[in-house]
Structure formats: structure tokens, C-alpha cells
Ligand binder design. Sequence first.
Ligand SMILES: NC(=O)c1ccc[n+]([C@@H]2O[C@H](COP(=O)([O-])OP(=O)(O)OC[C@H]3O[C@@H](n4cnc5c(N)ncnc54)[C@H](OP(=O)(O)O)[C@@H]3O)[C@@H](O)[C@H]2O)c1
Length: 274
Amino acid sequence: MTETVALNNGRLMPLVGLGTSRAGDDDSLARLVATAVEAGYRLIDTAAVYGNEAGVGRGIKDARVAREDLFVTTKVWNDAHGRDATLAAFEASLERLGLDYVDLYLVHWPVPSKDRYVETWQALEEIAARGQAKSIGVSNFQIGHLERLAKETGTVPAVNQIELHPYLTQVALRGHDAVNGIVTQAWSPLDKARGLMNDATLTELAGRYERSIAQIVLRWHVQSGIAIIPKTSTPARLAENIALFDFTLAEDDMALIDALNADLRHGPDPDVHA
Ligand SMILES: NC(=O)c1ccc[n+]([C@@H]2O[C@H](COP(=O)([O-])OP(=O)(O)OC[C@H]3O[C@@H](n4cnc5c(N)ncnc54)[C@H](OP(=O)(O)O)[C@@H]3O)[C@@H](O)[C@H]2O)c1
């Protein structure tokens, strides 16, 4: 089972959740979600743009855990910025999920070219005030976007979900999040299992700690206070990716992983992504 982190509204969020982007069709995803809950996952991360909210919703219904013990995140896509479009997109997400509330609703990208993320955020504030999203947050927001929300709106995001892994450690943005009471949550925490899986430092640590490279990387995240949503559609990896709370990396070894940073961003640049 995963540990939790307190959000700035007092609610608890599991530190480890399941990412579901490109995790299969609705049938296989429904099975995967139910299996993940069985394996101890309590947070499921989806988004309107993944086209899989119906599969996630079915998996949640099939899981043998009460709804209030699960934490469901979804996100408003870039084509629905602006108050009315966001409120409509949220209703459509709830409908597809088959739920009457989500635990966390995120603005997926700031889309600065549209310059409507402040208004979009205010729509999320309305949704939160109605209790239909227990917490609200953002994704891919840079310091400048967060500063603008702070200046022009009344609510601090509970979460900022950003691309983050040992090759892109995002120290400045994490620092800004922390000072402002925003929990940083890493997407692509394994950098989609690319070069990290052959990294010499991580291979050495995996051998020494007798853990997989994925577990070393994911432990580095949670030990750094970063929430994570690793994606796997391989049932055997579900247990592996959540078995992170029975070992500790020594400070020197944490520093070795910190030093792997290369500011290597594989996803889009949030300052220009539309
Ligand atoms: N907010 C955003 O803009 C944004 C953007 C991208 C993603 N996300 C969210 O973040 C989640 C995770 O990110 P991601 O899917 O990009 O990348 P990721 O979680 O870093 O990596 C997923 C890849 O790693 C493999 N993998 C998982 N566990 C493994 C293990 N123990 N050993 C070896 N390989 C392993 C998976 O393969 P198998 O599936 O074949 O096991 C898959 O190919 C997404 O699913 C989505 O929910 C959000």
C-alpha cells in the first residue's frame, strides 16, 4: 500500500498512483484498474484526452474497494479552455467516468497562446466550490503561470503535475511548488523506460539495493517528496512499482541520482504547447 501526502486543503493524496495514458482499450483498462486496486493502488490518473475515462470508470466500479477510498484524477484538455467550455468538459468527464465527483481535477496544460488559463482555473474553482472536485490543480504549469494564478485568483493549486525524472529533475519548479504549498506530481516518472533503464549509476544502485532500476527511480521520487503516477499495462509490474516503502536510499545515493539531471525534456515545452 502507498503512503499519502497532505494537500493544501487538508485532503490526503496517495504518493503513488497508476498512470493510464496509452494503457489499452476500455476493456483491458477496466481489468487493469481493478487489478491495480487489488495490488494496493488507490489513485488512478486519467484525462479527457486519453479517451479512456469510461474504461477507468468501469475498473473503479469493478474494484472491491469503496469509492471514498479511491482517488481519481482527470484533466481538462486544451480545446476546452474558458469558463463555459471547461464546465461542459468537466460534466462530460464525470459522465464518461460514471462518477458524481472526482478527487482531483487538473488544467492539463497552460496553453499560453490562448491566454485563457486564468479563466479556466476560475471554472475549476467553481467546480470545487460545488464539491464535484474535492481538490483542484494544474499540470505543466511553469513558475510564471503559477505566479499569474496567485496574483489574479483566490486559490492555490493543490497539485502541479509535471514531466519529472532523474534526467529532468525540475529543481527550480519543485522549489517554487514547495514554497507555495503545491504538491509536485511527476508524469513520466520513469521517462517512459527509455535511457534510464540502461543508466550505469542506476544499474549499480539497483544491484547494491537488490531492487529493479524502476524501483530505484520511483523510490528516489517518493523519498524526494514527489508524488508519482507510473504507467504500466503489464500486471506483473503493478506490484513492483508500488513496493517502494520498505527500503530507503542513503543520502549519498539520493545525491548520485540528483546529479543525473540533464534538463532532458521529452514531452512538449509548456511555454508553447497548444
Ligand atoms: N499531465 C501530462 O501532461 C501528462 C503527460 C504524460 C503522461 N501523463 C500521465 O503520467 C503517466 C505516466 O507517464 P508515462 O506513461 O508517460 O511514462 P512512465 O510512467 O515514465 O513510463 C511508462 C513506460 O514504462 C514502462 N514501465 C513501467 N513500469 C516498468 C517497470 N517496472 N520496468 C520496466 N518498464 C516499466 C511501461 O511499459 P508497460 O506498460 O509495457 O509495462 C511504459 O512503457 C501517464 O500514463 C499519464 O497518466 C501526464
